[in-house]
Design a protein around this ligand. Sequence first.
Ligand SMILES: *Cc1c(COP(=O)(O)O)cnc(C)c1O
Length: 436
Amino acid sequence: MATKDISREKSAQLFEKAKNYFPGGVNSPVRAFKSVYGSPLFIERGDGSRLWDADNNEFIDFCCSWGPLILGHNNPEIREAVQAQLGKGLSFGAPTRLENELADLILTHNKYIEKIRFVSSGTEAVMSAIRLARGYTNRSKIVKFEGCYHGHSDSLLVKAGSGLVTFGETSSAGVPKAFADETIVIALNDKEALEKVFSDFKDQIATVIIEGIPANNGLLIQDKEYIQFLRKITKDNGALLIFDEVITGFRLGFEGAAKYYDIQPDILTYGKIIGGGMPVGAYGASSEIMSNISPDGNVYQAGTLSGNPVAMAAGIAALRILSQPGFYEKLEQTTQAFVNEIQSFITEKQLDVKIFTVGSIFWFAFATSERIQRADQIDPNSMLYYKKMHRELLNRGIYFGPSGYEVGFISAAHTEADLATALAAIKDSLLIAFEA
Ligand SMILES: *Cc1c(COP(=O)(O)O)cnc(C)c1O
């Protein structure tokens, strides 16, 4: 276990080198540690709940590759399935039995979709689902919510402008204003805003997209009644409802947030866990809606490496384990017990922080006692507490995602002992974060 004055020399050297190769030294921005102290740890290997960095420091990992690793690192069944496939070739650009197998595993355990299409990332799944919704409805406007992340396609890199209902403003340079004009952004948990959108843009809205349970900007658990309202208003107006379940799919169970709310969305998107750690995304819907996808229909979508056999093999091995009875119940109980212990410590010490949880996801909300359901309820200044806690946790061998807006994940590889170790470190770190 790492001690207080661990060396991060090798990681620091690797990061200096990486800056010569990549913008910001990374291949995905949040990895750059811009929101926390220090520079990124370069990871050498992972096993079970543990990570080892280039300086051979050991960490208990609660980032879990941002969600995919629900079985922890280097799971033996996934590893063996991948190794077995490696001997047969890496890609064929032709169908394989493995695609059928993964689809069968998913579709027999998920009553919300009848047909599925595999892609290679969450971004690609969502981008394709939006195109499908537009093609199906023959409308072009989409509605998204402030505080939901749906990957980095142009239509979705849009944030709210000012006012209750406005056209979005691009949240990235390089996104044409004309794209942002097709995306309307509103606050979560606001029925009035939804009603206004559908009256202002009558018969123009192709789809409303929401993260099943928003978990990319804090954990913003919505009320069932609000989601039911969202379902009804979309249906009444001939717009499709997309649940982006790239995080919640296979995290809350095979039927994800759709089952959690008991709501039938029109299109669902998946990613992260579905590939067992390999790059896989997917979108699914009723057979009728999916029949609009090429080659059956006129909505084009393709991929050279889609349904990649090695990735499929990893996904099959992972989902076989996840489909065993009691898997999710146990993981959720473990998480709930862990979170309860943290919460009682917080209460005992009267710390100004609240911990939100669903399934095996948890999130610390600092400087609030409110139930947070909208992005604008999160005070950016409260992130300083997370930043301090993050530093203390790293020094105690606990790896959390390098941003206070990111949630933490518990995997089936986290043992009681791991969680007891983490709990002690979290208690110490929280106290230090609140020191003046
Ligand atoms: C991670 C995520 C995405 C993007 O997936 P990538 O694989 O990173 O492209 C999209 N939507 C949600 C809800 C996500 O959590």
